[in-house]
Write a protein that binds this ligand. Structure first.
Ligand SMILES: Cc1cc2nc3c(=O)[nH]c(=O)nc-3n(C[C@H](O)[C@H](O)[C@H](O)COP(=O)(O)OP(=O)(O)OC[C@H]3O[C@@H](n4cnc5c(N)ncnc54)[C@H](O)[C@@H]3O)c2cc1C
Length: 383
């Protein structure tokens, strides 16, 4: 990944230069959506990089998506406003009908439609996805949806949502992962017709929301794949999501390490650069070593994914190690900057807040460790 897609990396870096720290800082203070940035990425086709050419996209593999997202973060930006389009789109691509793909993927590739919202998590279920309560009841040629989602990021800025809902009650299915279905919801049509969005203010600028469904109608033709098999469809997209988020963490770590190194060289205290003190240099060096190790795991996961494997273990480990590496880099950067690490104008405190998320979402570190313990090491399932 390091030396792949260098042309894309350079082009993304040039685009990001038009959106410097000052841009992200203003939006962060206002908790506002980076519309201009997302429009610029869309206009240059980056958000359609993974959409096949037959639907108007660029038709590149996951490594290109990872390179794009890494570079955005490496430039001090935040792809959280739009990264979901790269992985939510995969559900449609792999499991959608030809008609759905023609209708939506082409619209997304043209930039007419945004598929940024991913409605899985609910307040009552948390990580235990099969326990979701949102229910879609079939009524003739449509489904009627009732329930609630939480942490549905970008819901206010998306035209479409990939929605996971129960279509058969949990007590009427053989396995608790059965009876869940995936829909593509036209949010603009549903708003005011039973769909309500309520933003949640969080410690970083992430445009995340609660979403309420009160008899929201979805045409039956918007069911993706077969009814009742939705859990598998969502799970099949998780590897891509984890790998892409891991790439963002690598980008964050690189940005933080560069900032910390530069400051450690230039800031003089007691008549010498602070970076001459091993107490300052070593944490940055340690963060660099951890970032490079995590980057190798991300590359391995990408390679396996593109070879058609199902790299659950590598995608999970890449995400966990990269999120830990970026957090370690953030710690080192704050400590290196001393008091200025807390001043907004240096952007360190913003990145510190932003990169913390990735140890919790889209999947928390504990659940990754559970996965490794159970599926790689064969230890007893813990939950
Ligand atoms: C800013 C933000 C954006 C998000 N965006 C989206 C989105 O767009 N779409 C979406 O569907 N979701 C989204 N999420 C939800 C995110 O995926 C969840 O927050 C995450 O998966 C953790 O779930 P939870 O918050 O319900 O925590 P819980 O499941 O309540 O867990 C709380 C803590 O307990 C631990 N825990 C739980 N069970 C176990 C266990 N068996 N063993 C060990 N530890 C355990 C967890 O690791 C965690 O640390 C977002 C979350 C945030 C904060």
């Amino acid at each position: 990944m390091i030396d792949r897609h260098q042309d894309i990396r350079d082009a993304v870096a040039r685009l990001c230069a038009d959106f410097p720290g000052d841009y992200w800082r203003r939006l962060d203070a206002a908790r506002a959506y980076p519309s201009e940035f997302v429009d610029a990425l869309t206009a240059q086709g980056y958000l359609a990089a993974l959409i096949p050419e037959e639907y108007g996209g660029i038709g590149l593999g996951l490594s290109a998506g990872a390179a794009i997202l890494e570079e955005i973060h490496r430039a001090g930006g935040n792809a959280g406003a739009c990264h979901a389009q790269m992985y939510t789109m995969g559900t449609l691509l792999r499991h959608g009908s030809d008609a759905q793909k023609a209708r939506y993927l082409s619209g997304i590739a043209r930039g007419d439609l945004r598929l940024q919202a991913f409605g899985v998590t609910e307040p009552g279920s948390g990580t235990n996805t099969p326990a979701i309560k949102t229910f879609a009841r079939r009524a003739g040629d449509r489904y009627i949806v009732n329930g609630q989602k939480i942490w549905t990021s970008r819901a206010e800025y998306s035209d479409l949502m990939i929605l996971l809902a129960r279509t058969t009650p949990a007590d009427q299915v053989a396995r608790r992962t059965d009876g869940l279905s995936v829909f593509i919801l036209d949010m603009k049509a549903a708003l005011g017709n039973g769909l309500r969005i309520s933003p949640i203010r969080t410690m970083m600028n992430h445009a995340t929301c609660e979403v309420f469904f009160d008899d929201v109608e979805i045409p039956a033709e918007n069911l993706i794949g077969e009814e009742g098999r939705g859990f598998r469809y969502i799970m099949s997209g998780m590897n891509a999501e984890r790998i892409l988020i891991a790439a963002e963490c690598i980008g964050d770590a690189k940005w933080l390490i560069e900032k910390a190194s530069a400051y450690a060289k230039e800031r003089e205290v007691f008549g010498r650069p602070i970076g001459q003190n091993q107490g300052i240099a070593f944490p940055i060096a340690q963060a660099y070593a951890r970032m490079r190790a995590a980057e190798l795991m991300v590359q391995d996961a990408v390679r396996r994914y593109e070879a058609g494997e199902n790299p659950g273990a590598e995608a999970n480990m890449a995400k966990m190690l990269a999120a830990e590496a970026s957090w370690e880099a953030a710690e080192a950067a704050v400590q290196t900057h001393g008091g200025f690490g807390f001043a907004e104008e240096y952007d360190i405190e913003r990145k510190f807040r932003e990169t913390r998320l990735y140890q919790v979402a889209p999947i928390s570190t504990n659940l990754i460790l559970s996965y490794i313990a159970e599926h790689v090491l064969g230890l007893p399932r813990s939950y």
